[in-house]
Write a protein that binds this ligand. Structure first.
Ligand code: ATP
Ligand code: MG
Length: 261
């Protein structure tokens, strides 16, 4: 089977600011937050990424979703090299990847209704107002929110409801991949369980693949088909959940598991 997403030698560097605000000489050095990372995401798969805070998980996610520039390497999405694409071509490609973040309320414009934000991309794609309204209603329904939610503002709904709206907004674009960056981490356990059920459901009906970043190893174990373990910008272990979490080969993974037990 061909991979849907192929990440080859991905390196993302950031500037490291050294010295204090008052020191005369400020050195600007670069460091690799993500260092030669290789992985594939296959159709229908849920690929988990775990690793301690600062290990580079979000940087991988943001690079893959086109939100930050990469320093070197290549990203092939659905058979197309995207690293050298620009402008309209790039936007077309990135319609295939959507991202859902930890605090959905922050990712919505507080001055716009949820319905407006969910339908915005549809309107930009040339749908009429009426078509957008119908589609938003369907999207809300598929995320188990009543249609009245279209008229609500982000601050008027709970965290779990807002996350459902964020999933609806991601689905509007009809992506092939959704990247979840700690998307369920801020929710209480019962709401989290319901969101996970929703994610399993919409994955099936929409034929999606997920990249699922999460620090909850039990959840990753249960939900993902394969897991990558990141440490210091690198992938140190990769495999099926039972192998990686049940019988880790690397000391780092063992420590990560011990830390939550
Ligand atoms: N925009 C940025 N500018 C400079 N350094 C950054 C930037 N974004 C991330 N970093 C650094 O890159 C490294 C990896 O960060 P990243 O956010 O990818 O970690 P993470 O694995 O997602 O951590 P967490 O579990 O806490 O979310 C960290 O050292 C972080 O400080
Ligand atoms: Mg992160």
């Amino acid at each position: 089977m061909n991979p849907l997403l192929e990440v080859k030698n991905l390196t993302v560097q950031f500037e490291k600011r050294e010295g204090t605000r008052f020191s005369e000489k400020k050195e600007r050095k670069k460091f690799a937050a993500v260092d030669s990372v290789n992985f594939c995401l296959y159709p229908d798969e849920i690929l988990g990424i775990v690793g301690e805070s600062g290990s580079g998980k979000s940087t991988v996610a943001r690079a893959v979703a086109g939100l930050i520039p990469i320093s070197s390497g290549s990203i092939v999405l659905d058979g197309e090299e995207i690293t050298d694409k620009k402008g309209r071509d790039l936007r077309m490609i990135y319609k295939k990847i959507q991202m859902v973040f930890q605090s959905p309320a922050d990712s919505f414009d507080p001055r716009k209704t949820l319905g407006y934000s969910i339908g915005e991309s549809l309107k930009n794609n040339g749908m009429t107002r009426k078509e957008v309204r119908t589609e938003v209603k369907k999207l809300l329904q598929s995320c188990e929110l009543p249609e009245e939610f279209a008229a609500k503002y982000p601050r008027e709904v709970s965290g779990g409801q807002c996350q459902r709206a964020a999933i609806a907004r991601a689905l509007a674009i009809r992506p092939k991949i959704i990247v979840f960056d700690e998307a369920t981490s801020a929710l209480d356990i019962t709401v989290q369980k319901k969101i996970m059920e929703l994610l399993s459901g919409v994955k099936k009906t929409n034929g999606l693949s997920y990249l699922f970043i999460c620090h909850d190893l039990a959840l990753v174990h249960k939900f993902c088909s394969r897991i990558l373990v990141m440490h210091d910008g690198k992938i140190v272990e990769e495999g099926e959940p039972d192998a990686v979490i049940g019988n880790p080969r690397k000391e780092y993974t063992r420590q990560l598991i011990d830390a939550v037990l």
